[in-house]
Design a protein around this ligand. Sequence first.
Ligand SMILES: [Zn+2]
Length: 291
Amino acid sequence: MPESVSKLYRALIFDGRVSLAVLDTTAVVNEAIGRHHLSPVAAAALGRTLTAAAYLAGWLKEQTSSLSLSVDGGGEGGRIGVAADGALRVRGYIERPAVSLPPRADGKLDVGRCVGRAGTLTVIRDDGEGIPFVGTSPLVSGEIAEDVSAYFLTSEQRPTAVALGVRIGGEGECVGAGGLFLQPLPGAGEQAIAFCEERIAAYPDLSRHIERRGAKAVLADFGAAGATERDVLFACHCSRERAAAAVLTMGKKDALALIREQGKICVHCHYCNTDHIFDERDVRALFGENA
Ligand SMILES: [Zn+2]
């Protein structure tokens, strides 16, 4: 059963040589569906990317550290942009949230076609230590899991076995979503790499495991003891104050010109699909005029 709050579980397995992570992101994906009105295939594509970002964020050093993960594959759903912080707050969007595609021959949602594979996956990570790390790798299939795995190998020189899944129910709601990551520690050896590849192959339908058994049962499959547990939330960093700062950078003259043209100024946040609206009175107040 999916949990009511999304979770990241991590543990060491294989004699402490492999880092295991299991995520249940069902609640996060449902929040994204609600905010962006996602079609099933868009929900699967964005949901897998949000799950991958939550995993990556689990490695950030500070709560205030941040990262972004963007996938630009030229597919029918357009670009996907996701951001996360060290407190495991994630947010994200897909360019064409209503994209509708026929299922694949095996009945699964065609995430590969939605995302496309003529492009790259890019991670920008800011650990607050000066210059952010930027890693990019060519997409393999647009199915996200393989693309993230390829990213780890080429950009971070860390072979990582990845399974990601999002299952959508008859009402367009997410009934199970999550991720499974197996990463040998540096110097763990070939045996550990082979172990990861072999074990990940048992989860071609990870979302079904999350839906029916739950993330803790997947954790138990690996005999993982002493796992750490953290909450993952869909939460945006935008606010009316930040939107107001954007209006201020326009300058009073341009802001009032826009008000004359449109009657209001709308600062849109892609990540959470929120419009921050300012009318003439708001704008004049921002620039210090008395009402
Ligand atoms: Zn926002």
